[in-house]
Design a protein around this ligand. Structure first.
Ligand SMILES: Cc1ncc(COP(=O)(O)O)c(C=O)c1O
Length: 388
């Protein structure tokens, strides 16, 4: 058997399967690689792409990382109460209870920055909180980074704010509104950072997007600065660090998936993914000579329901899912010559298509070091936390 699979399977053989496994040396390499690729710009860690608090803390302890990008306000309040003081909540919230928790504490208000993209968001926050009599809530303005080519929209559907004029309108409204303080601007270039380089057309979209954003980002930032004392300009993701990091108008980058390097990050031109996250499944039956069936394992990733979102068997080499069944709710058949060598009770290693989502399936992850020693770390789920 080859490295790292032999080491990972031996180290976790006594843990009940399914079990989540992290390859410590690969994780360390990926951590350093993110910092190198960011070229001196501080990297904010995307918590959704990790969902293991210990690992977030350990990553933040490395030079080159600063602050967390969180995904839920309840999560942000939890992390602020645990001592995190730099939490950029990257998605708008409509959670009234968490908002009341936020305004009840100056420490939380100082630590957490909320995301908005419209005056409607300000109205919603005011309505949900029920009073403007609180110290200012820190806000960040999310700017749409999609590429428009004629009627084509290439990128995600998030913010309606696109131009310096759009941004000025929201920034001016925030400045005029009691209870809020605009401290940041965020640009997430999903069609560059989150799209593998699988065709010449995609490479062209990325090139056009990067040219568009290089101009648009600085124009938007200049416009917003006329109305706000900006403390942060955030941009990028695992797939775009080296190009986004060269823009002088940004102050920080974000990355998370680059720590685990799930299969959706396998095919980028700018970097080489070193997989660090796996899960092990047990062989429980053998329907035919070249097919074995594994217990559980149907951990399909979010996003468009395509083959790229399915998990991939990676060890033993040469196994694949069966098209008619895929990865199942409690049974996952895999086929290939290697199936003939597997016995009932043996284990197969899988990779998830996405990073943090895998952790929603497990209470803990087994972090395996170079010597094969195991440290068990609780996931958010293992800490009893589920933030959606
Ligand atoms: C706002 C935002 N920034 C950055 C990222 C990049 O995260 P990752 O590095 O895990 O791909 C994402 C991912 O979806 C995001 O939504």
């Amino acid at each position: 058997m080859s490295e790292p699979y032999d080491r990972l399977l031996r180290a976790t053989a006594d843990l009940p399967a399914p079990c989540a496994i992290l390859d410590g040396p690969a994780l360390a390499t990926n951590t350093h690689d993110l910092v190198r690729r960011a070229g001196g710009v501080p990297v904010r860690v995307a918590s959704k792409s990790v969902r293991v608090r210990d690992l977030l803390d350990r990553t933040l302890a490395h030079d080159g990382f600063a602050g967390l990008m969180t995904y839920s306000l309840a999560e942000s309040v939890w992390l602020a109460d645990l001592g995190h003081d730099d939490l950029l909540l990257a998605y708008p919230t409509a959670d009234a209870a968490a908002l009341r928790d936020l305004v009840a504490s100056e420490q939380r208000l100082a630590a957490i920055t909320l995301m908005v993209d419209s005056v409607e968001h300000l109205d919603l926050l005011d309505a949900l909180i029920g009073t403007t009599d609180h110290p200012p809530i820190r806000l960040c303005l999310d700017v749409d980074c999609s590429l428009r080519v004629g009627p084509l929209h290439l990128g995600v559907r998030r913010s309606p704010v696109r131009t310096p004029q759009d941004a000025t309108a929201v920034a001016a409204a925030i400045a005029a509104r009691p209870g809020f303080e605009l401290v940041g601007v965020m640009f997430y270039d999903a069609q560059v950072a989150g799209l593998p380089d699988t065709s010449p057309a995609i490479r062209l979209v990325k090139k056009r997007s990067n040219d568009d954003l290089a101009e648009r980002r600085s124009a938007v930032v200049d416009a917003v600065r006329r109305h706000a004392d900006l403390q942060l300009v955030n941009a990028g993701g695992t797939g775009s660090l080296e190009v986004t990091g060269t823009d002088p108008s940004i102050t920080e980058l974000t990355a998370g998936s680059g720590l685990f390097m799930p299969t959706l990050f396998d095919r980028y031109d700018a970097f080489h993914a070193r997989p660090a996250a796996y899960y092990a499944l047990s062989v429980v039956r053998r329907p035919t000579d070249d097919v074995v069936t594994l217990f559980s394992g149907g951990y399909t990733a979010s996003g468009p329901a395509k083959a790229s979102r399915a998990p991939s068997p990676v060890w033993p080499d040469g196994l694949s899912l069966i098209g008619s069944e895929g990865a199942g709710e409690v049974q996952t058949p895999v086929k290939g010559a290697a199936a003939r060598t597997l016995r009932l009770g043996d284990r197969v290693l899988m990779r998830h298509a996405k990073a943090g989502e895998m952790c929603e399936r497990f209470d803990r992850v087994a972090l395996v070091d170079a010597a094969g020693d195991v440290e068990l770390l609780p996931t958010y789920r293992g800490e009893g936390k589920n933030f959606g």
